[in-house]
Ligand binder design. Structure first.
Ligand SMILES: Nc1ncnc2c1ncn2[C@@H]1O[C@H](COP(=O)(O)OP(=O)(O)O)[C@@H](O)[C@H]1O
Ligand SMILES: Nc1ccn([C@@H]2O[C@H](COP(=O)(O)OP(=O)(O)O)[C@@H](O)[C@H]2O)c(=O)n1
Length: 217
């Protein structure tokens, strides 16, 4: 079974994807880490043609060994760099096979990102599109960073997330929109456990409909 989980920054898609993967015994790929690794590789370059060509080369050379330094990869600044390399079509193309190969393993997989249901796995068995209002997302990300000992300026973080969301939504190569057959799950009022229960209920219903030969409503 392939489960696609998409949504904006800090909506909780990674937490849900990890929970679904545990529940169904599937491998999980946080595809944002790939873009973050490429962003990190070009952190010393300034915007322009040199930035673009370095990002393309980094994406083409990317392998699992570049995904280990979680502290650096998950820093807020790395998220901004990731969204800058994510607008380069050749970067997205270079990362496509890695994601597709992961998704089409023997058992399937759970992938989370922005374009899983639209570009990477348009054939996913179940697609979830996770939402939460911007203030809730900012607060979640702030607490996540603070739990790691990072000092957070909430005002700056809010604007950084809004800027990144806007860049992602306007990205002509990004595929960041709710697929027609994706199920919307708004987690603004849900805690982690309640959100996971809701996600599992959606997957169960979708799989039951599929087994019965019906299309999702
Ligand atoms: N439903 C929820 N309620 C409260 N906190 C949540 C919820 N879902 C996720 N979180 C927390 O919010 C932070 C961001 O979640 P994460 O899954 O990393 O988001 P994303 O992958 O969308 O960026 C994490 O610290 C996570 O534990
Ligand atoms: N499938 C994906 C995943 C991430 N990305 C880009 O990578 C950035 C970082 O993604 P992420 O999922 O790690 O970010 P968060 O939602 O965790 O903050 C996003 O803002 C997008 O620009 C993408 O374009 N496509």
């Amino acid at each position: 079974m392939i489960i696609a989980v998409d949504g904006p920054a800090a909506s909780g898609k990674g937490t849900l994807a990890a929970g679904l993967a545990r529940h169904y015994g599937l491998p999980h790929l946080d595809t944002g880490l790939l873009y973050r690794a490429v962003g990190l590789a070009v952190a010393d370059k300034v915007d322009g043609p040199a930035f673009e060509s370095a990002a393309i080369a980094a994406a083409q050379a990317l392998d699992a060994g570049h995904l280990d330094d979680l502290a650096a990869l998950t820093a807020a600044e790395t998220g901004v760099l990731a969204s800058k390399v994510a607008v380069i079509a050749e970067v997205r193309a270079a990362l496509f096979d890695f994601q597709r190969t992961f998704a089409t393993g023997p058992d399937g997989a759970v992938l989370d990102g922005r374009d899983i249901g639209t570009r990477i796995c348009p054939d996913a068995d179940v697609k979830l599109f996770i939402q939460a209002d911007s203030k809730a997302r900012m607060e979640r990300r702030a607490r996540q960073l603070e739990a790691r000992g990072v000092a957070v300026d909430r005002y700056a973080l809010f604007h950084q997330i809004e800027e990144r969301d806007a860049r992602d939504m306007l990205n002509p190569h990004g595929g960041f929109y709710q697929a027609d057959d994706a199920h919307l799950l708004d987690t603004t009022q849900l805690g982690i456990e309640a959100a996971l229960r809701a996600a599992i209920a959606i997957v169960e219903k979708a799989m039951a409909l599929k087994a019965g030969g019906q299309k999702p409503s």
